[in-house]
Design a protein around this ligand. Structure first.
Ligand SMILES: [Zn+2]
Length: 455
């Protein structure tokens, strides 16, 4: 049992002063406002819920910074980035995946992500066509070492495109038959418990057949787990979908599947107004990954209208060009400001933009990871962050604007402690496993020789 006394805390009931939170066996067992600290309590400044990183490809952390040079044809876009990413994927084995994933998960916890949905399609070891238990174990071990709550989302990848029967040579690394995939999912799901659980998903409409997608969606419904899919990230995908299926991607999905709040639609960048309203209405979560979407030149999701229609959003760091949830929230708003020439566009749920975005990401992220609502309440997961209330970033801010300062001040995060599943992973601003993670990662990053990938 752990007692935490916070001078200020944001719980499911709103901001409170002098809040004593007790946790036991990974859950919050008591919250008392207007309380006093007890002997052995940890004393903290400001306590807020941890955030979910609802979309991660852990292995891509090793590619960050290696694709920022103009290619020979000066036509760099998502597709040219993807071919470089495939070169990296071809070099990653279970051992290097463990080191890269442990590093990125450790970085996530240190910046306030307390859970992650790992959208994992790198199932096979190099040269193999069956899913390797070692690749899955690398992800699960990395999450345990970093102390992050993991929703493992195995992903089916079958084919190169809507009109293609199979994968390209590059994609063979992660391609599976639907039967092998479902067997892999079953094995992973049997290990659920504690801070590990599963979701399930398909890479995209272009990468799986409608028949396979139906089977996966049926398993998600049967098991009550979140169902994830990339959708409408690129204009080219929309055009191909119109050509081959006679409908836009989101339009086709919503017409052919019973999409509900258990679905996580990743990106959904290129949607028209009808599709946007339909997503909001069916309560599916749209996972936005602003730093990656900007890095890849994907386009801009129509956030304001979606929030006005009470749509649910989550955030993800996706390719990990940035690992900072507050930066994701900042750029979510800034993209809208740049395109609309207005300010405080996302301040729809509340007048404060930072608080609105933060609270939306807490609840939407929890839904995408298959958790309860993510807020601090009795019975909830004991996943939280303790902020230093002596930090210059927060000086002069009351509870009215504290979260706005966190999102929009853009400097070193004033994180004192992070708790996941009732255990302290970060104390005095330092992750307990930082050195171990870094040492292994430094070796692997050099061995991967990724500067060759960009040439
Ligand atoms: Zn992705």
């Amino acid at each position: 049992m752990t007692g935490l006394f916070a001078r200020q805390a944001l719980t499911a009931k709103g901001w409170g002063q002098n809040v004593r939170i007790v946790t036991d066996a990974g859950r919050i067992t008591s919250i008392e406002t207007g309380s006093k600290p007890q002997d052995d309590d940890v004393i903290g400044g400001i306590v807020i819920p941890g955030l979910a990183n609802a979309h991660s490809h852990a292995f891509q952390r090793a590619l960050a910074g290696h694709t920022e040079q103009r290619g020979p044809e000066s036509k760099d876009n998502f597709w040219s980035w993807r071919s470089r990413m495939y070169e990296l994927a071809g070099r990653i084995d279970a051992q290097s995946l463990l080191a890269v994933a442990r590093q990125v998960y450790t970085e996530m916890v240190a910046t306030g992500y307390t859970s992650v949905a790992e959208f994992h399609y790198l199932h096979n070891e190099p040269g193999d066509s069956d899913p390797s238990p070692a690749m899955f174990e690398a992800i699960a071990t990395a999450a345990r070492d970093a102390g992050i709550r993991l929703t493992y989302v195995p992903i089916l990848y079958e084919r190169a495109g809507l009109n293609e029967a199979g994968p390209t040579v590059d994609q063979k690394r992660f391609a599976l038959t639907v039967d092998k995939f479902l067997e892999h999912y079953k094995n992973a799901a049997e290990q659920s418990g504690g801070s590990f659980q599963t979701g399930i998903g398909a890479h995209s409409l272009r990468a799986v057949t409608a028949e396979s997608l139906k089977k996966i969606a049926a398993v998600a419904k049967r098991d009550g787990v979140p169902m994830h899919i990339h959708i409408a990230e690129q204009q080219r995908e929309v055009e191909q979908c119109l050509d081959v299926m006679g409908a836009r991607p989101v339009e086709w999905l919503l017409e052919n599947f019973d999409v509900d709040e258990s679905w996580c639609l990743v990106h959904a960048t290129h949607v028209d107004e009808v599709e946007l309203s339909a997503i909001a209405k069916c309560r599916a979560v749209v996972c936005l990954c602003p730093s990656t979407e900007a890095n890849l030149g994907d386009g801009l999701f129509p956030l304001q209208r979606f929030l006005e229609e009470d749509g649910q959003i989550a955030i993800g760091s996706d390719s990990h060009v940035s690992i900072n949830p507050f930066e994701e929230l900042r750029w979510l708003e800034y993209g809208q400001r740049l395109v609309s020439q207005r300010r405080n566009v996302a301040a729809i749920r509340r007048a404060q933009t930072g608080r609105s975005l933060f609270e939306s990401a807490v609840t939407g992220g929890a839904a995408a990871c298959g958790h309860a609502d993510g807020q601090l309440s009795i019975g909830a997961n004991a996943d939280l962050m303790v902020l230093d209330d002596d930090s210059p970033m927060l000086a002069g801010h009351t509870t009215r604007s504290l979260l706005d300062a966190l999102v929009f001040s853009g400097f070193t995060l004033p994180i004192d402690r992070i708790m996941v599943n009732g255990e302290w992973q970060v104390t005095n601003g330092r992750h307990r496993n930082k050195e171990v993670a870094e040492e292994a990662y430094l070796t692997v990053a050099k061995e991967l020789r990724l500067d060759e990938v960009a040439l």
